[in-house]
Design a protein around this ligand. Sequence first.
Ligand SMILES: Cc1ncc(C[n+]2csc(CCOP(=O)(O)OP(=O)(O)O)c2C)c(N)n1
Length: 361
Amino acid sequence: MILDAYDSLKGEMFGVLDPDGKVVNKDYEPKIDDDTLLKMYKTMVLARIADTKALQYQRQGRMLTFAPVMGQEGAQVGPLAASKQKDWLVQAFREMAALLYKGAPLKQLYLYWYGNEMGSRFDDLNILPVNVPIGSQISHAAGIAYASKLKKRDESVIAFIGDGGTAHGEFHEGLNFAAVYDLPVVTIIQNNQYAISTPRSMASKAKTLAQKAVGYGIPGVQVDGNDPLAMYAATKEALKRAKEGKGPTLIEAVTYRLGPHTTSDDPSIYRSEEEVKEWQAKDPITRFRKYLSNRKLWNKDKEEALQEEYKKFVADTFKEVEKMPLPTADEVFDYTYANMTEELKKQKEAYKKRLNESEGE
Ligand SMILES: Cc1ncc(C[n+]2csc(CCOP(=O)(O)OP(=O)(O)O)c2C)c(N)n1
């Protein structure tokens, strides 16, 4: 058991692949079928291209603020590949690769960052919308898991949070609640080393963020977040526990945000080029591509064809997004809750009034 074998209090980190894509921990190499391995890889590539293009669109004044995922793709596709479609994905705001893996159309993701509210709609995919108030999604995750347990639905929850987010109150409240009720939640901390310009060392005095699990009486493990296989294997174990009614697990994915915090940020002010280069050498996509090539599942021709296909797909998708009409007031308000709260009903009327007034100007 990975969760027993690696002691987060001692700073032991679980990994399967080295930065060259070689298996260095054979005992824990997960058995994943070829189609799933390829889906993991292709999703990471799509996320990387969509990410790079989004930064360009924003600089051209065609997109609003955007939070890039570059560097963290492995920490996201591993857990999603280990989960079932009916499991819930509770995101923060940097989970493009996770969302794409689960089947969220790129168009939706771009719509959100384009400022079109329809991008928050995921209908039957069991995905929660982008959650900007840091940490509050951990309470939502606990709530969904509580409902799943009460209704005996066999739906687990995968929740993402950043390293900075672990210093917020709702991280504690959500995890503690999930722990005492043995709820089926896997919380994944993407420790990308920074909360905007605040380094990981200012998020917590603890040696690892995974060791926070000890305080909740649940398992916690630190994983190489740039290793999609390790992330898959750790999440698989955590989900098994969840489904057996044994409660939540905390996984710290050690990774790095290669890009800016958002398009409004200039990371050169608070981190060195050398540091970025060190992490570029551990890029999850390059590493996974080498692993797939070693297994004869990937080659240069396939890579070129995929790059071409996805670049066109991303460009076509963004053109569609630019042509989409903005939603009506009803569409903005009517889908989040099955029954709208009184407060929301009031807000909707106020919003409609404002729209009518601005039309009259
Ligand atoms: C409650 C709250 N406080 C402050 C902010 C402003 N804010 C947006 S992102 C961010 C940093 C989050 O860092 P981290 O949790 O490490 O995630 P990352 O952005 O690195 O993915 C902050 C402070 C916010 N969105 N919500």
